[in-house]
Design a protein around this ligand. Sequence first.
Ligand SMILES: [Zn+2]
Length: 437
Amino acid sequence: MSASIDRAYWKPEAETLARPALEALQLDRLRRTVARVAESVPLYRKKFEQAKVTPDDIRSLADLRRLPFTTGADLRASYPTGMLAVPLDETLRLHTSSGTTGKPKALFFSRQDVDNAAELIARSFVATGMTRQDIFQNMMTYGLFTGALVAHYGAEKIGCLVIPAGPGNSDRQLLLMQDFHTTSIHLTPSFALYFADILEKRGIDPRKDLALKRAFVGAEPYTEETRRKIEHGLGLRVFNSYGLSEMNGPGVAFECQEQAGMHLWEDHYILEIIDPESGEPLPAGERGELVLTTLVREAMPILRYRTRDITSVVDQPCACGRTHRRIARITGRADDMLIVRGVNIYPQQIERILMGLPKLGRNYLIVLEGLDEMTVKVELSEAGFDGQLDHVVALKNEIAGLLRAEILTKPRVELVPPGTLPISEGKAKRVIDNRKL
Ligand SMILES: [Zn+2]
């Protein structure tokens, strides 16, 4: 495989900058950012006062720790324009965060911010082997969510033909892929699995009938097993993509062709891994909450943002030659963590087990009820559904045993026929918590 890897970079000087130069650049940009927000954002003026810190106190990257965190609650409380560091007429685009209830988070981009976000996507896509010859079908949601638009601008920057398909409507997706020889797609893992099912049902062999080479998959955490299922079902290579609207959307970190962790673009962001409970930094390699500081954002700089995403730093040099450190795949959200009978469980641990069993389909649901009773409902695959009761019972026991070894609690397992759980073409809802605790 290595022999065929294309070593192209989008911006080689930035992507392969030696660590000391990269860190000097980070410090310079951090100091400018801190000075700007102290001047122009009342929230940070107040936080600096409370933390008894001034911009002059930031003399090394280690001084980052003296700065206050920014949380999702801060962004919501500052809605709609409280976090702006430039006059409103210097902004060019507004996105809002997806997901959570209550007020959204408003994210503003200046012209330079729009361009920087596209640059990072271009860098990321080229790292996966993409060139201007590629045909890019963007199957993410266009709109207030950053996912699709930011990727769209990045692919256009490379010079690809971009098909703004949006999510859903699998028949039209397939038609576009067939007629325009799509090579690269961008979508959520749940839609990728669903689309793989559609191809199978239509009797389409993607290796023979389509031109697909790669998928950029993100916006939801997923497992290595799910990656393999998508690669198998769609006949392509899957590259992990990490981003969040608060940090421009996709393109914060991305896998290169080594597919072994995502390079986080450290000339644009400073990364920290902290203990989500204590807020203290964790030693290199340990898993904790990712905290990000923007270094070049104009309209809305954000210091030490608590992403709530759980990951760790891969602290070895990468064979691709990029010097920016990698983060491991996101293994959960600090907020998704379920506490069941006193044990911390991430839904992705359950997914990893289920996706490793060939008799199971691609759809599952975790239901919590009463006093910590957990039921895992999972679809059988077409092949796994032979109608024999004793086979079903044996499989249920096998799954319950594997789950107990992973999550230290034994859930009820319910096997359901293929295609009976609610399907998802966007963000999947995997947990229903009806507990009365
Ligand atoms: Zn690499």
